[in-house]
Structure formats: structure tokens, C-alpha cells
Design a protein around this ligand. Structure first.
Ligand code: NAP
Length: 317
């Protein structure tokens, strides 16, 4: 029997029964704790093809089986991106609000189609870009809105073995390669740049498996920005990761976002450091969106990756 939320019933803020679909690293590290600490949500199920132990809620091997057997208001989809589209469609069609981990889908067409479906079903679709939810990023955006953007240099350097241990999907078609991490930087860049970013130059260093880049350099422009806008993304980095964005505003103020957007320095002085945390802020927003049946669909970071793939020169190592 299909049991789902009544389409005419609007859950109270403290009444969102949520399931996590895809219980891997990010779901365990961030989503489960953020849901547990937000009184608007109650975790009622998980979907984990290879099972999960000691979680205190029913675990299903397949999301369709879960949708048939559990009453739900919302899901957080934390699988690899290439299978999210089909799962999200099934959930929206059953009247369930959908949160998508980043990157939201494997293609721009998929995300446009889901946005359309969420309008038709009057359910919330939320493309989360977790790095945008840092207080430091919001403060940098406010400053740049006032002073304009002069230049921007992104360095997103990390060791893939540390952050994606044993994950093979990242190298497969639809796996994003170094863009899986670098898209966090691009999501900050699109949030703080006052004009649309355009990719002008892209160089990919391909992983030995040949499908996805392990390092990328980008040259970009934006209307009204005279200085360089550059990005260097590299998964071959050893030692401590570097997730920094150096900015000069139109008025000459120097901003440095570091720690993946958690810390802001203005003219070398500490300005903002951490806040309530990316994922708690994401779930606060999701609760509000679900309450109002509104969607927040932002595909700009994904569009930048797609444009880079269209324009790239590909070198092999
Ligand atoms: P992961 O550890 O490989 O987790 C992915 C999970 O999805 C696995 O547990 C896998 O389950 C599950 N899965 C695969 N197919 C499924 C299906 N059809 N139905 C339900 N579950 C399915 O990867 P991750 O690092 O958590 O990354 C997942 C997403 O989060 C990526 O898009 C990534 O960009 C994003 N993210 C990751 C991080 C990070 O630090 N790792 C940070 C922020 C965002 P089985 O293992 O049982 O197959």
C-alpha cells in the first residue's frame, strides 16, 4: 500500500518527517547530526543499499520500497550525483519535499526538469550549496555588493585520498572528478560575484582512468570586473588542504575567505570566523522552504562546470 503525506496537509514546522537517501560520508558526518539538532525534523528512515547499523530507524535498500512503506514529508538525497535525478523525481511525484546535496544533478537538463516538477507538485526543491551557508561568505557578498569586485583568485587544493577514501564514482562519467570539491569554491564565487561569471579558459589534467579531471585551472570574466578571475583546483595536493579565495574589491579592500568559506579576513585582519555551521543553517532553510512550499533552485555553479567541460583543453598525466 502506498502511504504518503496528505497533499492537502501542510506540516507544522516541528512536524517534518524526513529520510536520508544515501548514507555515506557526508550523510553520517553532517546530515544526520544537523537533523538530530533541529527540532523541526524527525528522522524516520534511511536508504542504504548495503545497510546501516545502530541508526535507530528503519533502513531500506531502495528508495521506492521506503516510499511505499513509510509516511514522509521530506527527504535529503546524499547519493552520488548521477543517480539523484530519478530518485528526486520519485519523491516529488509522491508529494515529498526534496533536499539535494551538491552537485544537485549530473546535468543542467535534469535540474531544470526537477524544478519544473517541483512547481507542478507544489513541493519544495532545495539545491544545497553548503559553502554558501557560511556567515563569512555572506559578509563577503555584502561587502562586494557595496564596493564592487576587482579581482578573485581561487585555490582549492586537497588530497583526494583524504576526502574521498575508496570512492570510485568520482572518476566515472558523471562523477565530476576534482569539480566534486571545486564546485564548492564555484558556489561561493557565484554567490559573491555581482555579475554572471563566464568561463573563458579551462585546462583539465585528466586522471589516469581518463574520464574526469584530477586538476583544473579556469580563467573567467564577469561584466564590470576588470581584474583577473582565476581558479586552481587540484586533488593531487599533499599535506594540509588549502581552500581559499583571495579577493580585491573595486575599492581596493583585500578579502580572504579561507577554511572553505568559514573564515573571512579583511585587509589581513580577522573579520568573521565560523558561525552556526553550514549544515545546521541548511536545515533551518529547508524547514522554512517546506513550510512555505517554496523552492530554492540554483544551478549556476553547475552551469560553470558544464561550460568548463565545453571549453576545456584536456591534458593527460
Ligand atoms: P559516499 O561516502 O560514497 O556516499 C554515497 C552513499 O550513497 C553511499 O553510502 C552509497 O551506499 C549510497 N548510494 C549509492 N547508490 C544509492 C542508491 N541508489 N540509493 C541510496 N543510496 C545509494 O559519498 P559522500 O562523500 O557522502 O558524497 C555524497 C555526495 O555528498 C556527493 O555529491 C558529494 O559531492 C557530497 N559531499 C561530500 C562531502 C565530503 O566531504 N565527502 C562534503 C560535502 C558534500 P552504499 O555504500 O551502500 O553503496
Amino acid at each position: 500500500m502506498l502511504r504518503r503525506c496528505n497533499p492537502h496537509r501542510r506540516p507544522a514546522v516541528s512536524d517534518l518527517r524526513i529520510a536520508i537517501i544515501g548514507f555515506g560520508k557526508i550523510a553520517r558526518d553532517q546530515h544526520a547530526p544537523a537533523i538530530a539538532s533541529n527540532p523541526a525534523f524527525q528522522l524516520v528512515a534511511l536508504v542504504a543499499p548495503h545497510g546501516a547499523t545502530d541508526v535507530g530507524v528503519p533502513v531500506f535498500a531502495d528508495h521506492r520500497e521506503m516510499l511505499e512503506n513509510i509516511e514522509l514529508d521530506a527527504v535529503a538525497i546524499c547519493t552520488p550525483p548521477d543517480i539523484r535525478y530519478g530518485i528526486a523525481r520519485d519523491c516529488l511525484e509522491r508529494g515529498v519535499h526534496v533536499l539535494l546535496e551538491k552537485p544537485p544533478c549530473a546535468s543542467l537538463g535534469e535540474i531544470a526538469d526537477l524544478a519544473e516538477l517541483s512547481r507542478r507538485t507544489e513541493r519544495s526543491l532545495f539545491t544545497t550549496w553548503h559553502a554558501q551557508f557560511n556567515d563569512a561568505v555572506m559578509e563577503a557578498a555584502r561587502l562586494i555588493a557595496r564596493e564592487g569586485l576587482g579581482s578573485m583568485r581561487i585555490a582549492w587544493l586537497e588530497d583526494v585520498e583524504k576526502w574521498h577514501p575508496g570512492q570510485q564514482w568520482i572518476w566515472e562519467p558523471g562523477g565530476f572528478g576534482v569539480f566534486d570539491a571545486g564546485i564548492n569554491a564555484l558556489s561561493i564565487a557565484t554567490a559573491i560575484c555581482p555579475a554572471r561569471l563566464l568561463v573563458r579558459r579551462a585546462v583539465f589534467t585528466m586522471h589516469r582512468a581518463g574520464q574526469q579531471p584530477t586538476a583544473v585551472t579556469l580563467g573567467m570574466t564577469a561584466s564590470g570586473v576588470d581584474g583577473p578571475i582565476e581558479a586552481m583546483l587540484d586533488w593531487r595536493h599533499k599535506g594540509e588542504e588549502q581552500w581559499t579565495i583571495d579577493i580585491r574589491t573595486g575599492a581596493g579592500t583585500r578579502l580572504r575567505l579561507s577554511d572553505g568559506g568559514a573564515t573571512l579576513r579583511i585587509d589581513d585582519l580577522p573579520a568573521v570566523r565560523h558561525g552556526r555551521g553550514e549544515y545546521p543553517a541548511i536545515y533551518e532553510r529547508f524547514a522554512a522552504l517546506a513550510r512555505d512550499r517554496e523552492s530554492l533552485v540554483d544551478s549556476e555553479p553547475l552551469r560553470l562546470v558544464a561550460d568548463a567541460c565545453l571549453l576545456a583543453r584536456r591534458d593527460s598525466i
